[in-house]
Each structure stands twice: as structure tokens, then as C-alpha cells.
Design a protein around this ligand. Structure first.
Ligand SMILES: [Zn+2]
Length: 79
């Protein structure tokens, strides 16, 4: 199936709409990931600015893998 640019933009629109919470993308996630990991390790309440990280991690497998590695690294430091 060949898509016209219009159909393509509609598809992208649909994809965006189905993920309304993921507003930061991978770059934004990387910037906030460490702060988010630290908050989680400290057991402090996740602020609104970090909730977007959580939303992104829920949807992005590669960031989730990085986050897991980061958490493990931070756990080792704190022990
Ligand atoms: Zn990502």
C-alpha cells in the first residue's frame, strides 16, 4: 500500500493522539532520567515534571532498558 503525504500525516496524528502523555521524547527522557531514578530510589513523591518521564518509560523500550541499568548503578553506589 502506498500512502499519500496526507494519509501519512493522518497516521502520525493518530499515533500521537494515542500517546497523549508522552510529551518529552527520548531526548527529554534522558535529561530527566537521573533525577527520576533518584526520586524513585529515595522514595520521594514523583513531581509533575517527572511524571512525563514515567509516561515515556512506559512506552519506550530502549529508554526503559537504560533506566533499569541506571537504577541498578545508583543502587550499587548507595550500598
Ligand atoms: Zn525513549
Amino acid at each position: 500500500m502506498k500512502l499519500t503525504p496526507k494519509q501519512l500525516s493522518e497516521l502520525i496524528q493518530l499515533a500521537v493522539q494515542s500517546r497523549p502523555d508522552d510529551t518529552i521524547g527520548c531526548d527529554g527522557c534522558h535529561e530527566l532520567m537521573e533525577e527520576f531514578a533518584q526520586a524513585e530510589l529515595d522514595g520521594v513523591e514523583i513531581s509533575d515534571s517527572l511524571l512525563v518521564v514515567q509516561a515515556h518509560l512506559a512506552q519506550c523500550r530502549c529508554c526503559r532498558a537504560e533506566y533499569k541499568a541506571l537504577i541498578e548503578g545508583l543502587r550499587e553506589i548507595s550500598h
